[in-house]
Ligand binder design. Structure first.
Ligand SMILES: NC(=O)c1ccc[n+]([C@@H]2O[C@H](COP(=O)([O-])OP(=O)(O)OC[C@H]3O[C@@H](n4cnc5c(N)ncnc54)[C@H](OP(=O)(O)O)[C@@H]3O)[C@@H](O)[C@H]2O)c1
Length: 336
């Protein structure tokens, strides 16, 4: 079953390989000698900007099967028909978090793959989820939780990885601050904290799950190297890097909940706006909830209880963005 001569190498089906964490994960898996097969849309990437050629280049070292992951017939006839996989690694997720898309992707597409994988004798799955599902308030969180439950009950060896915040979600203000604009905050900038994790560090952790039994049959909250930082600290650090006096622009977090309430009300006569109301709720959630392990007894977020992995820090990443040694892919600054 395994063509590779690397010890421990396996044949892995990757979902969501064209996303931020998916790209890094494909690179990590290929780097470890695994045989990697990815499912990708013919027009992939944020806004469908990646052609098949670009996707193939992006996922170098992996075989790409182009098609629709939401189509069970494609999965059965073009993916599982001629291949036996040892494991599925999924970084697949709705790009918008809008309710219909979240249920179609985070839940249903995963359910279809799980069912076919089981039938085909796959024994292991590594799922990229999100730490925020520990306090579910949003539709996409419920969709993710529903699939997490199905995976746990499936009988497959599973690793459900729930990371904290990604660099791309936090570094979106570097360019505006560099241009002399103020750093944007909700409230006093201390409403939330997180231990940011880099794409590469998270990818290595996902790859570890395939081989490290201590990471299997578990739900794994995971952050990057500590300490936990607040948005205010991020802003202060950015200004110190630039040698400028800190300038902040603050908006009350209640603004976003007000927008959601207003859009819910307007959606009664214009139903498409219901999805936009959910996006405002997502914004409010991230403005007010920390991406750290939640202590269910106290109801408080606990930085010390949030496991860490890797070495790359958000501060170092910001330093690289500012000195130009790294460029952010602006196209990928999605909401979450
Ligand atoms: N951002 C954060 O700070 C953060 C923190 C913790 C956890 N998370 C979670 O991490 C996960 C992945 O994040 P990410 O930033 O790597 O995601 P991403 O960049 O948005 O990538 C999503 C992947 O899913 C695929 N996909 C989405 N909709 C699809 C559809 N209809 N059909 C086929 N493929 C589809 C995308 O393919 P295309 O390229 O074709 O669109 C892409 O490969 C999400 O579950 C998110 O909730 C995020």
């Amino acid at each position: 079953m395994n063509d590779s001569s690397t010890p421990g190498a396996r044949r892995i089906l990757v979902l969501g390989g064209t996303g931020t964490i998916g790209r890094a994960t494909v690179a990590a898996l290929v780097g470890r000698g695994h045989e990697v097969i990815c499912i990708a849309r013919p027009k992939a990437g944020s806004g469908g900007k990646l052609t098949q050629e670009k996707t193939a280049r992006l996922l170098q070292g992996a075989e790409v099967r182009f098609g629709d992951v939401t189509d069970p017939a494609f999965l059965a006839e073009q993916v599982f028909h001629d291949q036996q996989f040892h494991a599925v690694v999924s970084c697949l997720a709705s790009r918008t978090g809008e309710p219909q898309d979240a249920w179609a992707i985070d839940y249903q597409a995963h359910m279809d793959v799980l069912s076919l994988a089981k039938e085909a004798g796959v024994t292991q799955m590594v799922l990229l989820s999100a730490i925020c599902v520990q306090k579910p308030r949003l539709v996409f969180q419920h969709a993710k939780l529903a699939f997490e439950k199905a995976l746990i009950e499936s009988g497959l060896t599973y690793s459900i990885v729930r990371p904290t915040a990604y660099f791309k979600s936090l570094a979106g203000q570097v360019a505006r601050v560099k241009q002399g604009k103020p750093f944007f905050l909700f409230g006093d900038g201390k409403l939330t904290a997180c231990k940011p994790i880099s794409d590469a560090d998270l990818a290595e952790y996902l790859a570890d799950c395939l081989q490290d039994v201590s990471l299997q049959n578990k739900i794994l909250p995971i952050g990057g190297p500590g300490p936990a930082i607040t948005p205010l600290e991020q802003g202060e650090y950015l200004f110190s890097l630039l040698g400028r006096t800190p300038r902040f622009k603050s908006v009350p977090a209640s603004f976003l909940s007000g927008v959601a309430t207003f859009l819910d009300w307007v959606a009664k006569i214009a139903p498409p706006l219901a999805a936009k109301a959910e996006l405002a709720r997502i914004g409010h959630y991230y403005a007010t909830e920390s991406m750290l392990v939640l202590d269910t007894e106290t109801g408080l977020y606990d930085a010390d209880a949030t496991p860490e992995t890797g070495t790359d820090t958000l501060f170092e990443y910001c330093r690289r963005l500012i000195d130009g040694s790294e460029t952010a892919d602006r196209v990928d600054y999605d909401l979450f």
